[in-house]
Design a protein around this ligand. Structure first.
Ligand code: ZN
Length: 410
């Protein structure tokens, strides 16, 4: 039986747990140490540390202070790891905490984080998803039921001081181009809600002042939100500090490509059983700058899709030059418009695209002026037939609990 090296108590604040942190900084002490070849289990909070509740109100999604995220378990030190090595991580298995067999999805208010379609969904909304073994369904989004593709949204190693400075410099530079933007262009260090693991006192304050926020993916991996980085995957991480300092969190029971709803996939508390190894000098040997990985041999078996196209012309008809972001947004909006014909509200359809194993593809990037993105919706996740036919769509969505929505507080 693999040893559980980090435990979390969901009834306790993550700030009370010194084997958890919510910033990236090389001074965060290792929570524990392992050797190459070891396998072990880390428990994790959900990314908000338990702030979002299993209820029928979206007030928590509206009111969350997003400077507290993400609560990560680690860093785990690996004996012998040195800068320039590759840390090889096998995700042997991942699961939900037995005392927390549910997850959440939501859209943040445009005034507090937003999301990919925030101009269309500017208010906070939430859906709760029940986990039954390897399957999930939601009282707020009836008519779908699917197998989870369980993965960590966030996993990576500690940066060294030079890399951390580079991150802060370039992100603060971006913010400076439009400092009043809502939502902001990036998130600068924010010491008052920083949790720096075992650091205390002056050392904690000094590190918190420059500790990088955990929201974006960066060269070390981090918050990549790749649904295919699922249990059974093997990941090769660049190592920047002695001991590597591997941290993980933000577990997702399931997610669509893009995690377009931002809050987020089906977010859950859980555990990761992993094994670590080293490839000495692997970064230079293989020319590695960002992590690479091999996917799991096991994935949910969906092989029939309805595929929605989008081009780089926005909702108002404005032409963009090969803008994949605009094209993917159009593909998503096209899918939402289609699903509403079967009785879903636009918000329920948006939730499906954020949580179900939908695929996003960059299909064309050379045919000026339009890039083409496609969104692949698996037809087998629905309790009814969503394919077009001559008779036209019928309202098939069964009754459920209204999806919670919360007005902004002015
Ligand atoms: Zn997440």
């Amino acid at each position: 039986m693999a040893e559980t090296l980090i435990k979390v108590d969901l009834k306790q604040s993550p700030y009370q747990n010194e084997m958890v942190h919510n910033r990236w900084h090389p001074d965060i002490p290792m929570a524990c140490w392992v050797k190459p070849g070891d396998d072990f289990i880390l428990e994790t909070y959900d990314w908000t540390g338990g702030f979002i509740k299993n209820d029928d109100s979206a007030d928590d999604v509206r009111d969350i202070d997003l400077s507290i995220v993400h609560f990560l378990s680690g860093p785990v030190g690996v004996r012998g790891a040195q800068p320039g090595d590759l840390l090889v991580v096998d995700l042997l298995d991942i699961g939900a905490k037995p005392d927390s067999l549910w997850g959440f999805n939501g859209f943040f208010s445009k005034k507090n984080g937003g999301g990919f379609l925030t101009d269309h969904f500017p208010l906070a909304q939430k859906s709760i998803w029940d986990i039954q073994g390897m399957f999930t369904k939601s009282r707020h989004v009836p008519g779908v039921n699917y197998a989870g593709l369980i993965h960590p949204g966030l996993i990576g190693c500690l940066p060294d001081p030079a890399l951390l400075s580079k991150w802060n410099e370039r992100e603060i530079g971006l913010i400076a181009t439009d400092p009043e933007r809502v939502p902001p262009l990036a998130n600068p260090p924010f010491p008052s809600t920083a949790h720096m693991g075992k650091l205390t006192g002056a050392a904690k304050a000094a590190a918190a002042a420059t500790g990088a926020r955990t929201v974006p993916p960066r060269e070390h991996g981090g918050n990549c939100d790749i649904k295919d980085l699922s249990r059974g995957s093997k990941i090769y991480f660049p190592v920047y500090v002695d001991g590597a300092g591997l941290s993980v969190g933000d577990l997702h029971f399931s997610q669509g490509d893009g995690e377009i709803t931002f809050c987020g996939a089906i977010e859950m508390a859980g555990w990761v059983h992993m094994k670590v190894d080293l490839i000495k000098g692997g970064m230079a040997k293989y020319g590695i700058k960002n992590p690479i990985f091999k996917p799991s041999p096991i994935t949910p078996h969906y092989n029939d899709y309805l595929i929605f196209e989008g081009i780089s012309v926005d909702e108002s008809g404005k032409q963009y030059y090969l803008d994949v972001n605009v094209a993917y947004r159009q593909a998503c909006l096209n899918a939402i418009a289609y699903l509403t014909k079967f009785g879903y509200s636009p918000a329920q359809a948006y939730s499906i695209l954020g949580t179900a194993p939908v695929q996003g593809h960059i299909s064309g990037v050379v045919d000026i002026p339009n890039s083409c993105a496609t969104l692949w919706v698996p037809t087998q996740i629905f309790d009814f037939d969503i394919r077009p036919n001559a008779a036209g769509p019928t309202k098939c969505v069964p009754a459920g609990v209204d999806m919670p929505i919360s007005q902004d507080v002015v």
